[in-house]
Write a protein that binds this ligand. Structure first.
Ligand code: ATP
Ligand code: ATP
Ligand code: MG
Ligand code: MG
Length: 237
């Protein structure tokens, strides 16, 4: 197309190119999903359909960019996509990677919604949307710590939420009473409370809830002890 006198405005566009030879993590997170989950009556504390919808959407993102991808990990309303340090995807432009990943994820989430929420159509006034960022990690050791961080977060949140909601739903406590009961307790005490007050053995909770979901670059979805498997998961990278 011919140049116009307006063409110069292009010069104002800057390209935020990510450092070469550095791992890229794209993390997306649902916007106001606390509200979103209430509107669509997600089961508390874990709606299995919602988690499976997140996983199915993430899997399609992974498969689209599988040669650039090491793996992806998700919990709650977030997903992290870990890219190879030598990826040349979109010439390593941060805005391109972050925006294309999150829009591809979101379009999948919307398109797949009815497969998981069969009797609850999306409402135009309550559509899901996600934020996205690219973070650079300079060494494999730090990437492993990043994934371990998300994994431990999954465990801590899930244990708290499971105990909190069981005390409310099974023991008839008010949310405030439940919060007070759990306040200041460590992990083992929460597990003990769950067992003695609610008759629930935390070990028997579903693996997806306790461990989050990992998507391999071949598209398998697994729920594993990431801390234990961390070296194996990154072998060869
Ligand atoms: P922000 O816009 O700042 O991210 P948020 O409301 O999305 O705010 P998060 O910290 O991202 O807050 O937490 C996500 C919330 O979404 C959880 O606290 C929970 O209430 C809800 N949620 C997400 N996934 C599920 C699920 N599978 N089952 C039940 N609730 C869920
Ligand atoms: P990139 O991925 O780098 O953005 P692109 O192919 O999307 O590449 P753009 O500069 O964004 O390139 O241009 C969008 C192109 O999409 C247009 O050149 C045109 O060919 C096509 N296009 C967009 N909207 C329409 C439309 N409404 N009808 C027909 N063609 C369209
Ligand atoms: Mg959120
Ligand atoms: Mg979140």
């Amino acid at each position: 197309m011919a140049n116009s006198k307006y063409e110069y405005v292009r010069q104002f566009e800057t390209h935020d190119v990510l450092l070469p030879d550095t791992y890229i993590v794209v993390r997306i997170d649902g916007k106001k999903f606390h509200e979103f989950s209430k509107f669509y009556d997600f089961a508390k504390p874990n709606d299995e359909r919602a988690l499976k919808l997140m996983n199915a959407s993430a899997k399609n993102v992974v498969l689209k960019y599988k040669s650039d991808m090491i793996l992806a990990f998700g919990e709650s309303d977030e997903y992290s996509f870990i890219l190879r340090k030598d990826t040349k995807l979109f010439n390593r432009r941060s805005d391109k990677i972050a925006s294309l990943f999150v829009s591809l994820f979101t379009s999948n989430y919307v398109a797949l919604w009815s497969k998981f929420f069969t009797d609850r159509p999306l409402d135009l006034k309550h559509l899901p949307y996600f934020d996205s960022r690219c973070v650079l990690y300079p060494s494999l050791a730090i990437v492993k710590d990043y994934l371990s961080w998300r994994f431990v977060d999954t465990h801590i949140n899930n244990l708290y939420n499971t105990a909190f909601w069981q005390l409310v739903l099974k023991c008839g406590m008010t949310p405030q009473e439940s919060e007070n009961r759990l306040s200041g307790t460590v992990s083992s005490e929460k597990q003990e409370i769950l067992f003695s007050d609610c008759g629930i053995n935390y070990n028997n909770e579903p693996e997806m809830f306790k461990k989050g979901s990992l998507v391999t670059n071949k598209g398998s979805i697994i729920h594993v002890d990431i801390i234990k498997e961390i070296d194996q998961l990154f072998e060869g990278y």
